[in-house]
Design a protein around this ligand. Structure first.
Ligand code: NOJ
Ligand code: CA
Length: 555
């Protein structure tokens, strides 16, 4: 596993597979993915050609927000397995050449966490309450202490009952009421999380993705936000935001970086940071802070030549300015799957929107574009995040209302669909009670037709999504121009709806965003095309090709 001392750190160009554990593979037939199921599929992951997995939260939790509500940061939820099984899994992944990244949730705990239970039992102003944000309400205690709203809908405050059964203080939760925000001014909180990091690093974990990395520090006094236009998300970019992207948060990451660097090999961090300004984002990856951030700007961009080019340029400019690698990803467990989004008339990912207003989906078109997008993404310099099931070309599943679990659906009282459609268990085989996910059903229902996208149905079929990903991932590992963070160069394109770039030595990627074939503008041999049909030397509509340039055509 250790890198050659002369080579760049592994995370600079790694392909990281986001593994949504409850929906990956079920090893004990209870309908829920688990460590045993995951272990049985390590061979699949190694064969796919990824470098690392990021496992979404597997800790003990009441699961009100799919595990992003942690009750014990040092315990694995029994439905997934035990810490011993976790250690064995990490070893098995390492033996297969796969690194393991966990998900750290430092902004909030679960309301079942021992600290919060203690806080509820303690008096206002007590040390127990000071680990969270407890405040007296306004209007004689009747209204929340300020105007902040929960990302999931409704106010960001919930009132508790005091020792005499009367309405008491309010506590802050930027997400669900079962996710109280921690107070990062508390020394207890700071030292506890450093300890949690050590616990998992000592077990062999290679890094952490940091949940809502921008939100930990709140403005002193918790001032009103103001909401001039009444919208929650519209305000996230404003200067001096009281609960997002505050300068003081960087100090926490500087100290975590020192901790990660004290390990051999050093451990890594990836920040989840929904910031619209790439320059603000790049501050998280300054040399003494975190290693990488997820690139949600790229993820949100519309599928047009213009918009993707802008996102690529801005992302590279921002990260290279601080000497960090760029990362690229098209989806995750919080957004619609890429096939669905790219099948809509408006292909941008609009924050806060998810409901009937999104309009109809043409999945055939979405699949074509998603295949092209895979080739674009895997050819860019830096690291790539792949969300499980994207390699199978899965679309968002329709989850019947009575089966939905996302707190967004519940807290918005059905006005927002929530994220369950992107979280449905994977199909491994065309048939069976849960298409090979396990031996007895799936915790979120798989829709009709799910089996057609199964791993075993795609394996060996050159025209399949899976084989496209395998081919591209294999080329990315073996082609000298791919992987790495070496610069790339835009080239003249034959049309406005085509993007062309080269990487050295001798590689080109051409992406056609239009609906008619585009001529290949460079002299080279097609290494892989997003369209397996005969394209007669063109870049297919809504397609992409990778080229090995002929020596004469090289720069
Ligand atoms: C971001 C996570 O990706 C999402 O799933 C979760 O609901 C929120 N953070 C709150 O932890
Ligand atoms: Ca299970």
């Amino acid at each position: 596993m250790s890198d050659d001392v002369t080579s760049a750190p592994w995370w600079q160009d790694a392909v990281i597979y986001q593994l949504y554990i409850q929906s990956f593979a079920d090893g004990n037939a209870d309908g829920i993915g688990d460590i045993a199921g995951l272990r049985s599929r390590v061979g699949y992951l190694a064969g796919l050609g990824i470098d690392a997995i990021w496992i979404t939260p597997w800790y003990r939790s009441p699961l009100r927000d799919a595990g992003y509500d942690v009750a014990d940061y040092r315990a694995i939820h029994p439905r997934y397995g035990s810490v011993d099984e976790g250690r064995e899994l990490i070893d098995a992944c390492h033996a297969a050449g796969i690194r393991v990244i966990l998900d750290l949730v430092p902004n909030h705990t679960s309301s079942d966490h021992q600290w919060f239970v203690e806080a509820l039992g303690a008096r206002p102003g007590s040390p127990e309450r000071s680990r969270y944000h407890f405040r007296a309400g306004r209007d004689d205690g009747q209204s929340p202490p300020n105007d902040w709203l929960s990302v999931f809908g409704g106010p960001a405050w919930t009132q508790v009952t005091d020792a005499h059964g009367h309405p008491g203080e309010w506590y802050l939760h930027l997400f669900d009421s079962s996710q109280p925000d921690l107070n990062w001014d508390s020394d207890d909180v700071r030292s506890e999380f450093e300890d949690v990091l050590r616990f998992w690093f000592d077990l062999g974990v290679d890094g952490f993705r940091i949940d809502v990395a921008t939100a930990l520090v709140k403005a002193p006094g918790l001032p009103d936000l103001g909401y001039p236009d009444g919208a929650f998300l519209a305000d996230l970019t404003r200067a001096d935001h009281p609960h997002r992207d505050r300068d003081e948060v960087h100090e926490i990451y500087r100290s975590w970086r020192k901790l990660a660097d004290s390990y051999d090999p050093p451990r890594m961090f990836a920040a989840e940071a929904w910031l619209d300004d790439p320059d603000r984002l790049s501050r998280y990856v300054r040399p003494d802070e975190l290693h990488t951030t997820l690139n949600l700007y790229y993820l949100k961009s519309a599928w047009t030549a213009d918009s993707m080019r802008r996102a690529i340029d801005a992302s590279i400019a921002a990260t290279s300015g601080v000497g960090a690698p760029t990362t690229w990803g098209l989806s995750n467990h919080d957004v619609e799957r890429v096939v669905t989004r790219y099948g809509r008339a408006d292909t941008s990912r609009r924050p806060g929107v998810s409901g009937p207003e999104l309009g109809p989906v043409d999945e055939r078109l979405g699949r074509r574009r998603a295949r092209a997008a895979a080739l674009l993404t895997l050819a860019l310099p830096g690291s790539v995040y792949l969300y499980q099931g994207d390699e199978l070309g899965l679309a968002d599943a329709h989850v019947p209302e009575q089966a939905r679990q996302d707190p967004i659906w519940i807290r918005s009282e059905g006005r927002r669909w929530g994220r369950d459609g992107a979280r449905v268990p994977l199909p491994w085989t065309p048939d069976g009670s849960s298409h090979g996910f396990g031996d007895d059903g799936a915790w979120l229902p798989q829709p009709p037709g799910w089996g057609a996208h199964a791993v075993s149905a795609q394996e060996g079929d050159d025209a399949s999504f899976l084989e496209l990903y395998r081919t591209a991932l294999h080329l990315r590992r073996t082609h000298p121009a791919l992987g790495g963070t070496s610069e790339f160069q835009w080239r003249d394109a034959p049309r406005d709806d085509v993007l062309v770039f080269t990487r050295e030595p001798g590689f080109a990627c051409v992406v056609n965003f239009g609906s008619t074939p585009a001529p290949i503008p460079l002299d080279g041999r097609v290494l892989v095309s997003s369209d397996s049909g005969d394209t007669a030397g063109d870049v297919p509509p809504h397609g992409a090709v990778w080229l090995e340039l002929h020596p004469a055509g090289r720069a």
